[in-house]
Design a protein around this ligand. Sequence first.
Ligand SMILES: *[C@@H]1O[C@H](CO)[C@@H](O)[C@H](O)[C@H]1NC(C)=O
Ligand SMILES: *[C@@H]1O[C@H](CO)[C@@H](O)[C@H](O)[C@H]1NC(C)=O
Length: 581
Amino acid sequence: MRFSLLSILFGLGSVASVWGQTNTAEAFFASESPIAKTGLLANIGPSGSKSSGAKSGVVIASPSRSSPDYLYTWTRDSALVFLAIVNQYTLGLDNSLRSQIDNYVGAQKIQQQVSNPSGSVSSGGLGEPKFHIDLSAFTGGWGRPQRDGPGLRATTLITWAEFLLTQGNTSYVTNELWPIIKLDLDYVASTWSQSGFDLWEEVNSSGSFFTTASHLRSLRQGIRLATAIGQTSVVSGYTTQVNAVLCYLQTYWDSNGFVNSNKGGGRTGKDANSLIASNNLFDAAAGCDTTTFQPCSDRALSNLLQYVDTFRSWAINSGIATNQGIATGRYSEDSYYGGNPWYLTTLAVSEQLYNALTVWKAQGTIKVTAVSLPFFQRISPSASVGEYASGTATFTTLTTAVKTYADSFVSIVAKYTPSNGGLSEQYTKTTGAPTSATDLTWSYASVLTALDAREGVIPASWGAAGLTLPSTCSNSGGGGTGGGGGATVAVTFKVSATTVWGESIFLTGSIAELANWSPDNALALNADNYPIWTVTVNIPASATFQYKYIRKYNGVKWESDPNRQFTAPASGSYVINDGWR
Ligand SMILES: *[C@@H]1O[C@H](CO)[C@@H](O)[C@H](O)[C@H]1NC(C)=O
Ligand SMILES: *[C@@H]1O[C@H](CO)[C@@H](O)[C@H](O)[C@H]1NC(C)=O
């Protein structure tokens, strides 16, 4: 099904020579996807050929036992690998995988109950990132907690459950799957706003885009499943949190045209984190929705371009035209194993673009906005803002350019895949030689998901289409236990301002806590440390708001435009240092 008849008859090499052209991406997928499938299954217990010792249904990250030692099972990687497997089975692409899915369910049910350094099942243990492959707890030092695992696992199991419902298998879903899913969703609903480590296990902050995206999808899809099987008691609480998470997801956007992937960490923020998140949030029914960061949304495309461009200075990319695919890694400041391109991050670029093409073709139109214009102009210099229906020359020009660009990233991966097809974690930024862990399960999964995307496979919808941003996001924070709404954080405003005798500085802004732009009710700042004026205000956690300082003397004098904007952290406290302007 995946190969054209000609490629089966003649072999790929001869197709190239017979027709005088070949598509490297197509040839790569034809040869690599069976290897990737085999390599992936080899890393799953109990009978995978490279995962001896792994319990039934346990995914090892890689068989590598030193430099690095990856012979563990990560909740995140396992859930992503099994989402790919669930999709393959439920979409009818591979009917041989059902027992693997059953084994995964069994393993996760056990793993959830294993007490570990993050806690027990009821006290935070679900946020533990990795376990030994016999499912015992890993007790060494590690970046914990990582709050994406439970939501990702819930998404995989919900996707499986919703398929089983279409088969009439309601009792298994209600009695076996729902209790496992509910533990994860309750964890997400009560802890999403707390700090934790990002998917690369490095930055501990009050939020990481990929992690927040995992919370959004799992809760949203979970509400739908709960409703379908009559578990309605969770619906109202989860709905409150979904709205808050959707608000929070918006706060990662940087108006310079990219997602700032972490709420801390001191980096540019341009990170494969956000591309992988976009692919995980893909829901063709949502079109090119920006709020849920769909692959074809203008923000996701602008972000993709800026992410790619951060890797241009690597030696491996020298001399490659700026409208062509290059080797990309996690983020530009990466130094792990020297900081290199990864197979799965380079393929994530292609996957996002293939997903985008699927939607443009399905909806019969492509839109270029001011936000996505730099992306389109890079690959099609005459592109301009507008909406173009299929059938127009511009639609064809733009979609063809996107397809060519997407394929060119696959060509890079093809170029640096060793002849036996084995995929490690990374390939070096100098020569492209494979490095770090061998046979990385997630690398193999990324080949399968990128190929499915290229073939226009549409995964089941997760409910992105009906989601709308609440009209006000200012009360959105606080996923604390017992439901959100009330949590606040202490934000200290400091502004440096010289004043004349008798003149004072006040603060007002767009939320009630800042007196709703009222100069009369504006908050007075104290001048104990003149010329620094200070006031501390309790602001709803995660609230995004605008504000200005004002001077009062003979009348009111406002700061010059534009309004200042800030998003309160999800927890803790924060100090803003401003200068009067
Ligand atoms: C429901 O699905 C489970 C998991 O695959 C399976 O074990 C069970 O036999 C199915 N039940 C029915 C009635 O099909
Ligand atoms: C992560 O950050 C939180 C909040 O700042 C802090 O309480 C926690 O101790 C940090 N965890 C680690 C392992 O550094």
